[in-house]
Ligand binder design. Structure first.
Ligand code: IPM
Ligand code: MN
Length: 353
């Protein structure tokens, strides 16, 4: 298969983990006879510094013309404590999502048995937890009407029926392929937008009689994820709730550096780690490349390259079993491995299969 991939490495540790992801993609291409072509483009703080725009038009065109976007991370501390900064790196990510119509963000929360001890939760709660959060990505407060005055400010959480319907359809598709249990997470006891979500979901659930649909308030869901993460199979929720719950989900697994994601919708799909740019670690060769490498697996699976995706996942498991791990998940008896060493080990393991 020939794939044209737009590579947006972004800021902080982004370029470092991006390189490892591509290293792995290259051995897969060689092994299976695929042709992956990469076009590199600027985004985030790097793009602000270069051209004053966190998602330049040129980058948008490159993404639009590609088959997939392989994204890493954006964000830089020089913007964080400056509420009056006119442009922020994060706006680049939001612009990309909006302009590519990426309304469905798929965030799997999977635990690795050999890392269960790293989770802040008890072993027996975490072992076997495996769910997917489907986060609506182009609506809600992120994109609703805003006012930012000196004495008054607001963000509006607005959703239309078609927006809710299309994301619920994605969630039902996932539920059908998994354990057939969908939890719709909202705040329908307080928010009008949530009541629309609930009404639409209640109408649609009859079309999916094979799937058990239940409804949960977001505060309760946040608690349930900690008390009993195995309850969940597929959860679907609006943009802001999904942002918060997926950070919570990632920490259940023991490391932020492990979880990939896919964003799909109207145009080119994007594959990226769920973690941020970790600026403090830039250039130190300590960032975990696994979320980026697993994002490559999700990308290949999206194009029905199931065997290739599975091989990457097996290689990741093998690296963990061999204690070839970055410092934050390394065991005391394990050696010292950096971003590059982990990526190279995985690539080599794949090439030997
Ligand atoms: C995420 C991130 C982004 C979000 C930020 C960087 C804008 O936290 O992908 O979860 O809030 O959506
Ligand atoms: Mn987030």
């Amino acid at each position: 298969m020939k794939l044209n991939i737009a590579v947006l490495a972004g800021d902080g540790i982004g370029p470092e983990i991006s390189r490892e992801g591509i290293k792995v993609l290259d051995v897969i291409a060689k092994k299976f006879g695929h042709e992956f072509n990469y076009t590199y483009a600027l985004c985030g703080a790097a793009a602000i510094d270069a051209v004053g725009d966190p998602f330049p038009e040129e980058t948008f065109q490159i993404c639009k013309d590609a088959d997939a976007v392989f994204f890493s991370a954006v964000g830089h501390p020089k913007f964080d404590n400056n509420p009056s900064a006119k442009v922020r790196p994060e706006q680049g990510l939001l612009a990309m999502r909006k302009k590519l119509g990426l309304f469905a963000n798929i965030r799997p929360v999977q635990t690795f048995d050999c890392l269960v001890h790293k989770s802040p939760l008890k072993d027996e709660l975490v072992r076997g937890a495996d769910f997917v959060c489907i986060r609506e990505l182009t609506g809600g407060m992120y994109f609703g009407a805003k006012k930012e005055g000196a004495d008054e400010a607001y963000d509006t959480c607005a959703y239309t029926r078609p927006e809710v319907e299309r994301i619920l359809r994605v969630a039902y598709q996932y539920a059908r392929q998994r354990r057939k249990h969908l939890t719709v997470v909202d705040k329908a006891n307080v928010l009008a937008s949530s009541r629309l979500w609930r009404a639409v979901a209640q109408e649609m659930m009859v079309e999916y009689p094979d799937v058990t649909t239940d409804f949960m308030y977001v505060d309760n869901a946040a608690m349930r994820m900690i008390q009993d993460p195995k309850f969940f199979d597929v959860m679907v929720t609006e943009n802001t709730f999904g942002d918060i719950l997926t950070d919570e989900g990632s920490c259940i697994t023991g490391s932020m550096g492990l979880l990939p994601s896919a964003s799909t919708g109207e145009s080119t799909p994007v594959f990226e780690p769920i973690h941020g740019s970790w600026p403090q670690a830039t250039g130190l060769n300590i960032a975990n490349p696994l979320a980026q490498i697993l994002s490559a697996a999700m990308m290949l699976e999206y194009f029905n390259l199931a065997e290739e995706g599975a091989l990457i996942r097996k290689a990741v498991d093998a690296s963990l079993d061999a204690n070839v791990r970055t410092p934050e998940i390394q065991v005391p008896e394990g050696g010292k491995f950096g971003t590059i060493e982990v990526g190279s080990w995985i690539a080599e393991w794949i090439s030997k299969q």
